[in-house]
Design a protein around this ligand. Structure first.
Ligand code: BMA
Length: 339
């Protein structure tokens, strides 16, 4: 078992299925996928790129819900087993730090992390264009928006689950305003979640293969292991029918997460199942959360499928780390570059 450090906890009720016989995949799909289907609430047409954490005696989720007018909002949900969800029909109501209403015009692709005693959410928000929104809750009843970390345009903001060298760390993918045909992963530091700096490039798109040749973006909150930070991410390639989103993984240096130690040469998951290849946007696998049970090494990954469904996949941490190390390809431009 990989030695676990302080941000890992046992999750005895983590969703789990063993891989089926004759399946040698490193990451395998939940047999009951998708776990959330079309029109899950009266207001929501599609719930997909979403984040989940253990909470009380079950799980809490924050869900990207595209409403029936097409606009994206974030809804909260609860589950006993992490698979069957009660999602609220109304979107989360935010206040500013003075307690005044402060709703985002749109909100999508949320990530959720517990740091010390609070839960933080990062999402893509409307700030004169797509940028990162940041908010905090301690009870999932009051949701307080903090300062937006960066000027536009930016997406795929992912906080680390603890400070490193006294600073919070935030991965992000700076971009342009449209459906960006480029993008690499950067990391920034902050002592207070307000002022951000020491920006470093972490990982570049590209490599020998094509699956991550167009752009990449961080996925779930990084998982702390003795080998480094395990980061699942999405990689995008382009075809004559549009973008294809797959999932890969990297291991970042524990002390200096701007350094990539290993990253997967091939994707770990690519659209194959009909709920991944067919939907509102075909051929999308977009991971936003991963639960890790420190007692067993089980990992349950939550990913959006075809911008329509929420799905789950499983892996085991030691097998995944060994696989990444044995099948690694660093890409030109990786590793803590300032320029
Ligand atoms: C990205 C984001 C994701 C979406 C993906 C595929 O740019 O907008 O929310 O899943 O495109 O459409």
């Amino acid at each position: 078992m990989t030695q676990n450090t302080n941000t890992n906890h046992a999750i005895p009720n983590i969703p789990w299925q063993e891989r089926t016989q004759n399946d040698s995949s490193i990451v395998w799909r939940h047999e009951g996928n998708p776990i959330i289907n079309w029109n899950p609430t009266p207001k929501a047409a599609r719930i997909y790129n979403s984040a989940v954490l253990p909470y009380e005696d079950g799980f809490i989720g924050i869900f990207r819900a595209d409403h029936k007018n097409g606009r994206a909002h974030i809804h909260m949900g609860r589950s006993k087993d992490g698979l069957a969800w009660e999602v609220e029909n109304e979107e989360i109501q935010w206040v500013d730090e003075q307690g005044q209403p402060y709703q985002p015009g749109y909100a999508y692709d949320p990530r959720l992390v517990k740091i010390e005693d609070a839960y933080y959410m990062v999402w893509c928000t409307d700030f004169n264009g797509a940028a990162l929104g940041l908010g905090k809750t301690t009870d999932f009843k009051t949701f307080v928006r903090l300062e937006n970390p960066f000027i536009p345009f930016n997406r795929n903001g992912v906080l680390f689950p603890r400070k490193v060298d006294g600073n919070y760390l935030l991965l992000s993918r700076p971009s342009d305003s449209g459906h960006t045909p480029f993008g690499d992963i950067f990391v920034s530091e902050s002592p207070d979640l307000v002022y951000w700096g020491k920006h470093r490039k972490v990982m570049s798109k590209g490599g020998e293969g094509w699956w991550q040749g167009v752009k990449i973006g961080a996925g779930p909150t990084p998982i702390e292991t003795a080998e480094g930070w395990l980061l699942l991410y999405h990689g995008v390639s382009t075809t004559c029918n549009g973008f294809v989103y797959s999932m890969g993984a990297a291991i970042l240096d524990l002390e200096d997460p701007s350094k990539v130690l290993y990253r997967t040469h091939d994707y770990l998951l690519t659209p194959e199942k009909s709920y991944e290849t067919t939907g509102f946007v075909p051929n999308v696998i977009f991971p936003c959360a991963a639960l890790h049970d420190a007692a067993t090494g089980r990992i349950a990954i939550y990913y959006g499928a075809a911008d329509t469904y929420l799905s789950v996949a499983y892996t085991k941490i030691d097998e995944l780390i060994a696989h990444i190390k044995n099948n690694s390809e660093l890409v030109a431009g990786d590793a803590g570059s300032i320029r």
